[in-house]
Design a protein around this ligand. Sequence first.
Ligand code: NDP
Ligand code: N5H
Length: 257
Amino acid sequence: MQLSLQGKTYVVMGVANKRSIAWGIARALHAAGARLIFTYAGERFENEVKKLVATLEDDTALVLPCDVTKDEEIASCFAQIKEQVGVIHGLAHCIAFANKEHLEGEYMNVDREGFLLAHNISAYSLTAVAKAAKELMTEGGSIVTLTYLGGERVVQNYNVMGVAKASLEASVKYLANDLGKYGIRVNAISAGPIRTLSAKGVGDFNSILKEIEERAPLRRTTTQEEVGDTALFLFSDLSRGVTGEIIHVDSGYHILA
Ligand code: NDP
Ligand code: N5H
């Protein structure tokens, strides 16, 4: 079945390249006829994002800078969206960052600065952008973020990012409670490991994927398309009764002991 999101506009934050989960979500939304607005952090990936967006052959698509560590950039990004589009119906938050040296060894070696950086970009940013997006979601809306099992349980090397994802998941619930009265739903997708730029440089990523193939109920790894399709469900009216939820799209791996 093909869902239609014709006439609706969605903001997709966090496309770095074609492997990005955000790009999987964008493709699913585009196929459903939605209008898309993309945001990127640094100039580093501006051209890459613009090149990818051009492949959609949709001249209504917008591409705007939005480094979520900067309040003024979030404000000006949403002001531009308001000016150029007016109303939005959803937002995909696909953003996370931690210093590489804090993603290995013992969690407790993280310093104050690294802890705050991971929480600022990976958790607080959802609250900051939800507040800005609310003003444009005058017809109701749906906000979707991405999390990982390491926010619920100890997963080797995930470390400070796991603590930040726990904060992100709690933020989903508090935001869902605040925004429900405006017809805005807030949910997270807990994705299984996917090879993306962020996952690059993670030692042993192959063996993590192999374990999923061998042990996950569905005996296969997660794809960007699977996450994209669940996001599409969360953005559509089919999920109108769902908010404050963490949906696992991970071949069922999270049910295992
Ligand atoms: P990508 O590397 O493709 O995406 C990460 C994105 O985070 C980049 O687009 C990057 O933007 C953005 N980002 C980092 N810092 C900032 C900032 N200050 N402001 C705005 N954006 C910023 O990786 P993924 O697609 O894997 O990651 C997307 C989300 O999915 C993350 O939340 C991640 O934790 C989550 N996730 C990933 C899994 C995986 O296995 N890959 C599993 C479960 C969850 P830029 O490139 O412009 O710097
Ligand atoms: C248990 C694991 C493996 C170990 C931990 C990986 C954690 C990854 C998440 C963060 C977001 C990765 C990260 O911040 C990398 C940066 O330090 C360096 N990379 C960059 O700067 C690139 C260029 C940019 C684009 O990246 C970002 N983020 O801006 C978890 C894995 C099995 C699953 C996984 C990979 C989860 C996840 O949350 O991404």
